[in-house]
Design a protein around this ligand. Structure first.
Ligand code: ADP
Ligand code: MG
Length: 250
């Protein structure tokens, strides 16, 4: 069974349709990368999946549970917290809480979640996650004391702390200096090797080709092409995919 089924998602801003019917499935343990020019709707799609935006229509199903149905939209006061828990989000700009240490950033949400775990367990899990991100000696640092690459790794640990079904990345290395990009891609690659289910919006085409099971190329609010990296990146069927890739693979 697909872990995620997205059907005919549409979203307009100011009467301009930005997502024009997006449909795709993904399997548990897979890495899906979304490529596409600036303005093609990639961020809007991730924000719809994370319920940061409400789609105008379509459905989103996770593990067979219909989380969003455009024909039966959630009311303004409906608590989306539980639905959001299915997705973890890592943003381009890290978005850490500046007043909290790395470890506090990671354990804040699990503490509020109150899911029967003891404070000691939550603390221990937070430390394990930061260890995995290579940050064992940085746990007590505040964001301003960390490099961009370290901050982004804290943000990844924070997203993982809530054990999302699907971890989403929106251009996770775009705000980083080139020499810091590698350390972040390395931890994402390790997550892929460990079969973390991930959707990655990225302009790192070579990286996407290496780690992805599936690639979606978006253009003008539609999925222009979808397939394996060998299909979409090495042997694109669409002229617009070829044009996009030629700008990046020079
Ligand atoms: N909240 C918003 N209000 C109005 N327009 C928006 C909003 N969010 C995104 N857009 C527009 O939607 C289009 C797609 O944006 P976006 O999803 O950010 O694309 P991408 O991430 O692929 O660069 C852009 O033209 C952008 O200006
Ligand atoms: Mg974007």
């Amino acid at each position: 069974m697909a872990i995620l089924e997205v059907k005919d998602i549409r979203k307009s801003f100011d009467r301009e349709e930005i997502l024009k019917g997006i449909s795709f499935d993904m399997e548990k343990g897979q890495t899906l990368s979304i490529l596409g020019s600036s303005g093609s709707g990639k961020t809007t799609l991730l924000r719809c999946l994370n319920f940061l935006e409400t789609p105008d229509s379509g459905t989103i199903t996770v593990n067979g549970n219909l989380l969003f149905d455009g024909n039966n939209k959630p009311g303004k006061n409906e608590n989306l917290r539980e639905k959001r828990l299915h997705f973890g989000m890592v943003f381009q700009q890290f978005n850490l809480f500046p007043q909290y240490t790395a470890l506090e950033n990671v354990i804040l949400a699990p503490k509020l979640e109150n899911n029967g775990k003891s404070q000691a367990e939550i603390l221990e899990e937070g430390k394990i996650l930061l260890n995995k991100m290579g940050l064992s000696d940085r746990m007590d640092n505040y964001p301003h004391q960390l490099s961009g690459g370290q901050q982004q790794r804290v943000a990844i640990a924070r997203a993982l702390a809530l054990k999302p079904d699907i971890l989403c990345f929106d251009e996770p290395t775009s705000a980083l200096d080139p020499e810091l990009t590698g350390e972040v891609l390395k931890v994402i690659r390790e997550l892929a090797d460990n079969h973390t289910t991930m959707i990655i919006v990225t302009h790192e085409i070579g990286f996407a080709r290496e780690v992805s099971d599936e690639i979606i190329f978006m253009d003008g609010g539609v999925i222009a092409e979808q397939g394996t990296p060998a299909q979409v990146i090495d042997n694109p069927g669409e002229e617009r995919t070829r044009q996009f890739l030629s700008n990046y693979l020079k």
